[in-house]
Design a protein around this ligand. Sequence first.
Ligand code: ZN
Length: 338
Amino acid sequence: MIPRFTRLPAVAVALAAATLANAQSDPAHYPAQASFPHENRAAVARHLAQAKQLAGADLDDAFNWRCFISPLDKRIVAGVQHDGLVPPTRVFDNLYSIGQNAVSAWAIDTSAGIIVIDTLNNADEARDILVPNMRSLGLDPARIRTVLLTHGHGDHWGGAKYLQDTFGARVATSEQDWAMIESPDHGGGPFAHLVPPRRDQVLKDGDVVTLGNTSVKAYVTPGHTPGTLSLIFPVSDHGKRHMAGLMGGTGGGRDSVSAHEQIASLARWQAITRAAGVDVLVTNHPVHMNATEKEAMIRYLPDAPNPFIYGVEKYQRYMGVMSACSRVQLARLGESGD
Ligand SMILES: [Zn+2]
């Protein structure tokens, strides 16, 4: 026998579900893509065509992300770039992916300790994600000597103080982005509550950070932030040497001034990386290059060609797509983008 009181909750649940469904299916409440009332339509089309041509078939994912999804649809970005756990992965003989789904962290193993690049959102993530990821790959976090921060947004430096306090790591970034981290709101937004690391080292454009057998060359490439750091370092794939380039600002510029800075920095970065023979793409957010999927391929197919090795020409085209999409964004704001 069914007790009489079960009828009431069932009706209440049905009513609540109907109300929710009505709210969700009302197009008046659907989120809209970002709109640009002053867009220079001809210029948008011209730069889009250029970006698409550069992307070809093999960089279509990067083109769609940087030219359309990221600037236009916050909901997709939030969904794809959600906080989440992903398996840590040894991507090269000396380079380990130790971050989470939304934001990357990298460990470079050297003969004299470990260099960590970026530290996730906060101390909890450093303690509960980054450090366990290192241990599961056989890396002792007590060997962390240096922490390099690609820029002053808290999703990259939030865990730095934990690594500094716990393992004695020395933290380094550019003067401009130290100023951002140390400002009263720590760069603003959701990061205002974070406790910044102590300023151990200021990196200038062209500085080299050497630990044991490994040297990382640092460049200041403003645009995404005033002092975004971009890094070049050697990696080896089954014993074969390659050069990795991590452009710290592939998140792009947000307004006209920063987009112009970004375009200038990308042009300079292309010249620097071409001269250095950079043939490996590394980014500081997995979604910028589908790194999470590439890492799964490495775990399951360790003897297949390493998907992080783009080759010099494709690396250059990737940065060209980033630049062309910055021009698209300027044209959306009403400029020529040239
Ligand atoms: Zn950022």
